[in-house]
Design a protein around this ligand. Structure first.
Ligand code: AMP
Length: 274
């Protein structure tokens, strides 16, 4: 996008944000992502002059989920989280053997195998070609998944605009994770001190009860951080080599981090023009 298009997009976005118009309808059930196959979303995304296709990277607890939510509201993209798909599937009464082994790995705080995750995303690859754009959160997590994603994008005839990599020191990550609470119904994310719900233990959006995710417990956190260091770090190198990586400092209020992310995207668009 050149700077003229960017300015037009930005002024629409700022106006829309002020009027509360920009962003996917809050009632969109993202059925195509959650169910895969032929499932159709309850709200068809608008075709946009500028659809954003982004990946979010960062260790657990860095605030990716919150930024994903805010970015999606600002940019009108859909939030596609592989972790959300697995958590939703864990409610199924009779999961397939493949899904059962994926859920077992998740409960142990381990990564699900590349083969299973890529197959799961492939079954939902229509979401990658969606005219509303997308924001992938939690996928890819390994270089092999990133290569598979590049293939899927080529098949959909689209490409990534940027990979936003959120960075934060370890002690702050631990603090954020241990206080995180997730809605058992709509999966909205809170924090006991930094982002508390209006009523303790109850989701502001759907009145569901707030729980601590199994993989946010201390024993799982340690395994997840180790898995992150071993498997996911090389992803930054992969995307840096292809010029798609955009590093964002993840400290401060979520709205400040959002503004920082949007500024980074703008700077990237400006650079691309020169
Ligand atoms: P998240 O909500 O992204 O932290 O994901 C929760 C859990 O789902 C992870 O700890 C993994 O067990 C599993 N998972 C989600 N996405 C992936 C992925 N791309 N590769 C492997 N495992 C994943």
């Amino acid at each position: 996008m050149d700077i003229v298009e960017w300015s037009r997009w930005e002024s629409e976005t700022v106006r829309g944000r002020a009027k509360g118009e920009i962003g996917m309808d809050a009632t969109n059930d993202r059925a195509a992502w959650f169910q895969g196959g032929e499932a159709v979303c309850s709200v068809t995304p608008e075709a946009r002059s500028r659809a954003f296709r982004l990946v979010l990277l960062g260790p657990p607890g860095v605030g990716k989920g919150t930024q994903a939510e805010l970015l999606c509201k600002s940019l009108g993209t859909c939030h596609l989280s592989t972790g959300d798909v697995f958590r939703a599937a864990s409610c199924q009464h009779d999961p397939s053997p493949a899904l059962r082994s994926a859920l077992d790995a998740m409960r142990r705080g381990e990564l699900v195998s590349d083969g299973l995750v890529v197959t799961m995303v492939e079954e939902r690859s229509g979401c990658l070609g969606c005219c509303g754009g997308f924001l992938l959160d939690g996928f890819p997590r390994t270089v092999s998944q990133a290569e598979a994603l590049d293939d899927l994008l080529v098949r959909q005839g689209v490409s990534l605009d940027a990979v936003l990599s959120y960075e934060l020191p370890l002690p702050e990550i631990v603090d954020r994770l241990s206080g995180r609470r997730t809605c058992s119904k709509c999966k909205a994310v809170y924090h006991v001190t930094a982002r508390p719900p209006h009523k303790e233990g109850i989701c502001d959006l759907c009145a569901g009860s707030l729980i601590q995710r199994e993989d946010d417990r201390p024993e799982s956190i340690r395994v997840r951080m180790q898995a992150y260091e071993e498997s996911t770090r090389p992803l930054a190198d992969y995307y840096e080599r292809s010029g798609r990586l955009v590093a964002v400092t993840a400290d401060g209020a979520p709205e400040d981090i959002l503004e920082r992310s949007l500024r980074e995207l703008q700077a990237r668009a400006t650079l691309a023009r020169h």
